[in-house]
Write a protein that binds this ligand. Sequence first.
Ligand code: ATP
Ligand code: MG
Length: 362
Amino acid sequence: MTISRLNIRSVRNLSSVSIAPSARINIFSGPNGSGKTSVLEAIHLLGLARSFRTSKVRHLIAAGDPAATVQGKVDSLAQGVEQTLGVERNLEGQTRVRFAGSDIDLASLAELVPLQVIDSATFDLLDGSPSIRRQFIDWGVFHADKAFIQLWRGFRRVLKQRNTLLKCGKIGHQMRAAWDHEFVGFAEQITRLRQEYLQLLTPEFEQIVEKLLPGQSLSLGFSPGWDLKKPLDELLAANFERDLRQGFTSAGPQRADLRVKVDGHTAAERLSRGQKKLAVSALKLAQGALFYRMTGRPCIYLIDDLPSELDATHCQLFCEFVEQMASQCFITCVDSRALSYQWQPNTDVLHYSINDGSVTPL
Ligand SMILES: Nc1ncnc2c1ncn2[C@@H]1O[C@H](COP(=O)(O)OP(=O)(O)OP(=O)(O)O)[C@@H](O)[C@H]1O
Ligand SMILES: [Mg+2]
């Protein structure tokens, strides 16, 4: 996916921005509060119809305006065919997504625009709750296997129903066995897809770590959410009294986690902040690399404040890696000199300066 034209209206302090981005590297620099992260947020809005900074749309819409809109000319299949994509979110809570002249739903939009964000919240992938790491794995599985979204929706429905019955205590052994049968069917398929995906992702991740974090031995492990040595239906039956007391299901893919380790220690406990940023970036870059290998379609990368937390050497390594990818990248930094990287003459790099919500190509 590449964006060749981007029109932003009423996103935070960006009242009206229109640019023709490079298909490769776009660097936005400007002072604090000028609107750099808002440009990335607008692209995220175009790709997923939501912000990566807030779940409340009113914060995203420019004060005093009724709606935020982002429109782009996009080549979604990387086949040289450009189409118009537009997303509008208004204060009344409505979302409208138009692609090539038709309304499309959010799952189709997510499939169309593979986006990766590397920003200050990125640390949560190591430091945050398992649900963030499950989302990370499921992004990959969603894009790798068309069947996943239906499996996931089916599983969520069964889990919700089972937990509701556990909470109100209206579930006997016979009813439990019927629900568990469906639960186990979904759980096993989801887990198999997650395992297969991580098997493919791991070598990509290791290669990138070698470049970005030379000398560090990082490894990935998967915890499926229950002890795979035991059949899940037996485990659900054995845990039933406890689940009933707690009011939720204690074993299953809803408890899965991705373990990132350094020499056997949890990465969240062991790595410095800069190392964490590089480790998380390696995970996201690996996802993009694998996605590209599997589909021939590059992801779009939104990298907010690339130089923050990184010394000059690691910043250069990061840029070197970004330069070698096929992806379109939108990178922000307060001062572009902080990137201190000499891009190759044949790399298509565009620099923009942002001041008070106006974006000017340099
Ligand atoms: N809903 C809104 N309407 C209008 N302006 C807003 C709204 N929300 C935030 N702003 C303003 O938009 C500006 C852009 O913020 P943004 O986070 O994009 O800045 P930035 O360039 O990334 O800054 P930093 O270098 O500090 O990260 C800020 O000045 C902020 O106060
Ligand atoms: Mg910012």
